[in-house]
Design a protein around this ligand. Structure first.
Ligand SMILES: Cc1cc2nc3c(=O)[nH]c(=O)nc-3n(C[C@H](O)[C@H](O)[C@H](O)COP(=O)(O)OP(=O)(O)OC[C@H]3O[C@@H](n4cnc5c(N)ncnc54)[C@H](O)[C@@H]3O)c2cc1C
Length: 308
């Protein structure tokens, strides 16, 4: 009741400011695996000022909204829940802030999709995040997860991050220790990011993007409903290899299936529920532990699944 009352307070304020919100909005639509119940309030800021206004309003009421970018590494629970989601999909924009002979610095809003940043680079021959070509992530999410592929990671191209943390807004220059495998350790909501891209020429970049895409299409179930890698790769090994060795490729529970193409992906074949995905994850974890003594750690983040 108290929670509902607080959410009502935030809602009223945001309505007064004309900030877009939706009540009892289904989460499935906003996650790439297309699973999830409804949340009582989802908010869609379109500008940095709106995002700050939402975050401050929540902070004043001691509410912590869950931030969603592309929803491409997210499992949302099956049941409806009372809470708030800050959906950054409309917080988009890219601008050049500095240009030198060999480099170009871009300021990009957190909700901009990584593929839009790559397209921007393609038009100007700017190389940076193309190792993520085809990944349905937002820039903010890619930074938060320190997304990586083909030996590259976001940490290498991020120069500055604009964060909202406990009512404070500031630019941070990340240091090496702020990054770890699939995580940017600094707390807070990422509002904007400054990226440093290298001028490599349009043709060279086009080839690079094509090569990365081809490789990805070959190895991953791209185009299926998934949330990317289920588990982090353990030191010196691959979660997919271990799960495959346990004979679990193609294992199905309900409409959730361990991909036949890549065992560290789970596909929603139609009406999969979060409970089915969690069962498959538990099975993969137990099997890998039993057979190899390795405890896999989830890479996917959870929302209203009863897991932190
Ligand atoms: C087909 C496919 C291929 C993929 N391939 C790769 C790959 O090669 N490499 C890789 O690393 N990942 C991969 N992923 C996983 C996923 O795309 C990445 O983890 C990505 O970084 C998630 O970004 P997102 O915007 O979708 O984040 P979301 O899924 O929306 O959120 C993920 C987490 O980040 C937090 N978050 C999101 N935005 C912000 C913000 N602005 N501020 C603070 N926190 C925020 C969320 O609260 C959540 O905890 C793949 C996924 C798919 C579906």
């Amino acid at each position: 009741m108290l929670l509902q009352h607080k959410i009502e307070g935030v809602k009223k304020l945001l309505e007064e400011r004309n900030i877009e919100l939706k009540e009892w909005e289904g989460l499935a639509e906003y996650t790439t695996i297309k699973i999830g119940g409804r949340v009582s309030l989802m908010i869609f800021p379109e500008t940095i000022e709106e995002a700050i206004c939402v975050l401050n309003a929540c902070f004043e009421k001691a509410l912590e909204p869950f931030v969603i970018g592309g929803g491409s590494n997210l499992l949302a629970g099956d049941n409806d829940f009372e809470g708030m989601v800050l959906n950054l999909r409309k917080l988009k924009g890219i601008k050049v802030v500095e240009e030198g002979k060999d480099i170009c610095k871009l300021r990009v809003m957190a909700g901009t999709m990584i593929n839009q940043v790559i397209s921007f680079g393609l038009k100007r021959g700017l190389s940076g995040p193309e190792f993520l070509a085809g990944v349905p992530a937002s820039l903010g999410g890619a930074v938060k997860m320190n997304a990586g592929a083909f030996g590259r990671k976001m940490a290498e191209i991020v120069k500055k991050v604009r964060l909202w943390r406990n009512g404070r807004i500031f630019w941070l220059v990340p240091q090496e220790e702020d990054w770890e495998y699939r995580n940017f350790k600094q707390e807070g909501v990422i509002l904007e990011v400054e990226l440093e891209l290298k001028k490599v020429g349009k043709e060279a970049l086009r080839h690079r993007v094509c090569d990365f895409l081809k490789e990805r299409i070959l190895k991953q179930p791209l185009g299926k409903r998934t949330f990317g890698s289920v588990f982090k790769n353990p030191e010196g090994d691959f979660a997919g290899r271990l799960i495959e060795k346990c004979g679990l490729k193609g294992k199905r529970i309900g409409d959730a299936r361990i991909s036949e193409k890549h065992a560290n992906f789970i596909e929603n074949l139609g009406k999969a529920r979060a409970a089915h995905v969690l069962e498959l994850m538990a099975l993969a974890r137990e099997s890998v532990f039993k057979n190899f003594g390795v405890l896999l750690e989830p890479e996917v983040r959870f929302l209203a699944c009863g897991i932190n």
